[in-house]
Design a protein around this ligand. Structure first.
Ligand code: ADP
Ligand code: MG
Length: 209
């Protein structure tokens, strides 16, 4: 069964929708969920409790599209809330979960569930965000979506933080704090990108490939 099909399959699969802020990740997640619902598949939507920018219980896009979701504190809550009949699990803002979400997503797939994940691929420094790089690697399908650069109108793949005084990786905000930017209008933090790469990627050995 193709991973792009709506028909239920014995095996589940993972779809990742990633990109910068304002790139339409949430819109795309909502679109896929609505199509699954049209196909009469039971869908459960989760989001991290940390993301309460618009609404505590809904996933809401910047274009005001909205769908009901269950806010959860940690990824293991997904298994606790899961119904036996659920065929599709959609999770927004996946970058806010820690690496514990990886085995949970794999468990869902083994149960035959289609897992739709949306999240930021990079933080405001351009550093790969949380569990997203791993999930992109193990996904069956990855879509990188682009926003529009607020400076020049080119396709934007980066999230620019306006307030550089606060360097915490997670600082929940909106247009007050963030802008979509293209590579020409993004402020690179090359040293931090390199440090994070070295931490994440051990030296390859002969047996590691
Ligand atoms: P994401 O989940 O990736 O942050 P959303 O799905 O919530 O994105 O919102 C996408 C919508 O945001 C677009 O359809 C558009 O209406 C609006 N938008 C606001 N600013 C921008 C921008 N700079 N580039 C593209 N879309 C933008
Ligand atoms: Mg979003």
């Amino acid at each position: 069964m193709s991973p792009f099909a709506l028909a239920p399959s014995l095996y589940g699969h993972i779809e990742v929708v990633c990109g910068p802020m304002f790139s339409g990740k949430t819109e795309e997640l909502i679109r896929r969920v609505k199509r699954a619902q049209i196909a009469r598949q039971r869908v459960q939507i989760f989001k991290p409790m940390i993301d309460n920018r618009y609404h505590d219980e809904n996933v809401v896009s910047h274009s005001a599209q909205s769908i009901e979701a269950q806010p959860i504190e940690c990824s293991s809550d997904i298994l606790e809330h899961l119904y036996d009949s659920t065929r599709v699990v959609a999770i927004d803002e996946v970058q806010f979960f820690n690496e514990d979400i990886i085995p949970i997503v794999k468990k869902l797939v083994r149960r035959g569930i289609r897992v739709i994940l949306a999240g930021l691929d990079q933080d405001y420094r351009g550093v790969p965000f949380g569990p997203i790089p791993h999930l992109m690697a193990v996904a069956d399908r990855v879509d990188k979506v682009q926003a529009i650069c607020t400076v020049c109108g080119a396709p934007a793949t980066k999230t620019f933080r306006k307030n550089v005084e606060d360097d915490a990786q997670v600082l929940v905000g909106e247009t007050d704090l963030y802008e979509a930017r293209c590579g020409n209008h993004f402020e690179y933090h090359e040293e931090e990108e390199l440090i994070s790469y070295r931490k994440a990627a051990p030296e390859p050995t002969e047996t590691s490939i």
